[in-house]
Design a protein around this ligand. Structure first.
Ligand code: SF4
Length: 249
């Protein structure tokens, strides 16, 4: 995917979104390797486990489910209390256990089996709508299933770190929640971007939230996008674009 500086921005925020993408790709190194190669149903389970939970904990819970149940049909058939006990390390296991079972049951009923490979043949908006018609599956989960799984489709997930960086840099307004931010942030990026480039966009904004734009006390003084960020400029006093580029060529 070409990221030449002369790529025409669709509007002011598209230009800014591209500038942030390029700058952060320079810092974190694009292309970013995919962290999962799960089939889409397994990715759905993993994504539902991960909500508001540290990666290490949700990873442990996912492995525990795999070890306890020979397949996802067995998980659906298990008592909810047993599933809850198996995923006890994640946040809200009492809610997630029945939700995972209900979501898998809905997939099986609507798809005629626990296989979501057919989504690959749909346009991304249609595939997302198919998933989001299932109660408990929102924009973040649908995008994660399409992007992170072996489907490798061009969908843009937005997690809490990505959302925080987008809000502070002004790509989205201060009152835009994570759910609605998916469509806004996707629309700012080129429609023709492939799966890897959209994945990179999510990953570099997420990594920036984890490593620099912290929830409390963001490290604006060493931030690669300070000259593009009104929040950081208000915190530190403006740094010129030339100074930022000199620090992060
Ligand atoms: S300048 Fe500060 S608030 Fe803005 S993105 Fe960087 S770390 Fe976050």
């Amino acid at each position: 995917m070409s990221l030449a500086p002369e790529d025409p921005p669709g509007n002011a925020l598209s230009g800014k979104a591209l500038a942030i993408h390029r700058r952060l790709c320079g810092v974190y190194g694009c292309p970013i390797p995919y962290f999962h190669d799960l089939d889409p149903v397994s990715e759905l389970v993993s994504s539902l486990l991960s909500h508001r939970t540290r990666n290490a904990e949700s990873g442990r819970a996912f492995k525990a489910l795999r070890a306890r149940y020979p397949d996802w049909d067995a998980l659906i058939a298990a008592p909810a209390a047993e599933v809850q006990e198996t995923i006890a390390g994640v946040t809200w296991p009492e809610l997630k256990a029945p939700r995972i079972q209900a979501s898998l049951r809905a997939v099986r009923e609507r798809a005629g089996g626990l296989d979501l490979g057919f989504l690959r043949d749909m346009p991304v908006p249609e595939a997302r709508a198919w998933l989001e018609a299932i109660p408990g599956i929102g924009p973040k989960t649908s995008a994660a299933v399409l992007s992170f799984s072996s489907l490798r489709m061009p969908a843009l997930p937005v997690d809490s770190h990505h959302h925080r960086v987008a809000q502070r840099t002004g790509l989205i307004g201060p009152k835009v929640d994570v759910g609605p931010s998916h469509a806004i942030l996707r629309a700012q990026l080129p429609a023709e971007w492939d799966a890897q480039t959209l994945y990179d966009n999510h990953e570099v904004l997420m990594l920036h939230g984890q490593r620099c734009c912290f929830h409390r006390n963001p490290a604006c003084g060493r931030c690669a996008v300070l000259d593009l960020c009104p929040t950081g400029q208000a915190r530190t006093g403006a740094r010129t674009a030339r100074e930022t580029v000199a620090l992060h060529p």
